[in-house]
Design a protein around this ligand. Sequence first.
Ligand SMILES: *[C@@H]1O[C@H](CO)[C@@H](O)[C@H](O)[C@H]1NC(C)=O
Ligand SMILES: *[C@@H]1O[C@H](CO)[C@@H](O)[C@H](O)[C@H]1NC(C)=O
Ligand SMILES: *[C@@H]1O[C@H](CO)[C@@H](O)[C@H](O)[C@H]1NC(C)=O
Ligand SMILES: *[C@@H]1O[C@H](CO)[C@@H](O)[C@H](O)[C@H]1NC(C)=O
Ligand SMILES: *[C@@H]1O[C@H](CO)[C@@H](O)[C@H](O)[C@H]1NC(C)=O
Length: 558
Amino acid sequence: MAHLIALSALCFSAALASPPGQASKLLPTGLTTTSYSLNRDATTSNDGQYGQSAYASLWASITYNTSVPFTTTASPTPVVSSELVFPPALYTPCPSSADACISCYKLPKDFIWGVAGSAFQIEGGLQQDGRGPGALDTIGSLPNTDGLANAEVSNMNYYLYKQDIARLAAIGLPYYSFSISWTRIVPFGTVGSPINEAGLKHYDDVINTCIQYGIKPIVTLVHVDLPLAIPYENPEFPDALLYYAKQVMARYGDRVEYWATLNEPNIGYQNRATGGYIWDAVPNILNGHASVYHWYKEVLKGTGQITIKFANNLAVPLDSNNPDDTRAAIRYQDYILGILGNPIFLGTQYPSEVLSTAGVNLTALTATKLAYFNGTADFWSFDPYTAGFATSPSNGIDACAANTTDPNNPYCVINTNVQNDGWLNGQASFAYAYIAPQYVRQQLGYVWDVYKPKGVLIAEFGFNPYMEFTKTVEAQLYDLERTYYYQAFLRETLKSIYEDGVNVIGALGWSFQDNDEFTSYDQQYGLQHVNRTNGLFTRSFKRSIFDFVDFFHEFVEK
Ligand SMILES: *[C@@H]1O[C@H](CO)[C@@H](O)[C@H](O)[C@H]1NC(C)=O
Ligand SMILES: *[C@@H]1O[C@H](CO)[C@@H](O)[C@H](O)[C@H]1NC(C)=O
Ligand SMILES: *[C@@H]1O[C@H](CO)[C@@H](O)[C@H](O)[C@H]1NC(C)=O
Ligand SMILES: *[C@@H]1O[C@H](CO)[C@@H](O)[C@H](O)[C@H]1NC(C)=O
Ligand SMILES: *[C@@H]1O[C@H](CO)[C@@H](O)[C@H](O)[C@H]1NC(C)=O
């Protein structure tokens, strides 16, 4: 049975960093704080570099044509018992002999389990309380593909966060991973620009509300939503990231134990429009991440843990007897993980498969830089939603890698989810993910063996069933496919721990509610449904959230 009562408030046994009053002495001097309010007509007045007019100008290229339905923080309403009725019992077939022992495996007491979300994808209220525009606003302000609403509205979590946290507590989830919006804290994004106190206050209360409800916050500094003026390739990126990170870590460092600097930057330097790579972004990402790590440990003297969160859907060789396919799979992993993973986890150079490719414009890192990057993550953190296959292009990897005009250059790997025998590797979703639990142990084992981290956090995993949004609400809530995905994935994770010796330290489901999957509300990954038409954005638990919680109640050591 799932525990349906809020856990009692948490007491941290030791402070994780100095309290905000003391920590603020470590911040740059001469900081200015402001409170902007967006008046789009104010762009012509001349009130200085960081005046209201300059702030309005930041927004000039972005127009949201949906206004937010309300602008005050809602008090949490109690989760009524009728919402906490356990769904019909799952039919459990007899375990196969290979699985018979799973019931004797346990996850450690301190296993980090819970759910995840990200600021831009749930908050709405993007033009409220002095937030500056971010790069995602350029897509968020477009009418969404489903035409329902745009990112200015989203899930209205900016005003409903108390309720959202109360719901996670009511269902019995101990960890909530969320991200902070950089431009709510530093509206202009740049070093030396003003700090928005309203933004700092907001996340202060998000964190305090978590703690009040007995939920431990896990905080990501940047979940894709970079300031408009500071893409990864901007040479100012590392300093601007550190400037922002200092504000946040000095303010919240005493209450947050787990931090991630950047979410999936390892796909952030792939140009979505062209499919090419923005190589200048790579050293900036490394420098920015490492500078935050060093500042937190050496200046703030924080005792929490810091990581960087990678995207990775493992590719296994399409034909494991074919050395070209094995090379293609390793090359895939080198491109997606090795470029950032080698320097950060091993202190070693970019992969030779990458550096030796014509068309790759990366300068080998110096020994000094490698020493600075080495060890700047306390544990491995990644989002292994699914797995697929890699094979080499028909003209071979070498011919492709030597030819900058080859259509597959510089990557030179072909990915597929169709096995050599013609079958898909798993049940298809509404996007790229397949339910392919047969590869979970390899996914976890690969990063454990190659990057030798102290621990591995599954920072996101989840499934969006095909066209879930077209079903009746009742049918959306009875989401057995999602339950199957989670249970199969987690059972294989237990085997990874017990049979393969991988130190998996936690697993966080994506997402705690249906959200804005970067222009679409139809891509539903949520463990909760959100009603977008009743004006209240009412959340409802899907059956999968009960089954998810139940799994951990069965397997986490008491
Ligand atoms: C929002 O903008 C889009 C694109 O300009 C337009 O098609 C749509 O009608 C607008 N909606 C409203 C409510 O103004
Ligand atoms: C990276 O740091 C670890 C831990 O301090 C050390 O053992 C290892 O030798 C370093 N790697 C390199 C390549 O210097
Ligand atoms: C490679 O990167 C450097 C520095 O970022 C840039 O100046 C140069 O134009 C790039 N070369 C190519 C061929 O793109
Ligand atoms: C490089 O690739 C282009 C495009 O596929 C092709 O036309 C050309 O012949 C290739 N060059 C060599 C040397 O293979
Ligand atoms: C949203 O709520 C309204 C009012 O309660 C209800 O009629 C409608 O079916 C709900 N729609 C969805 C998609 O939840």
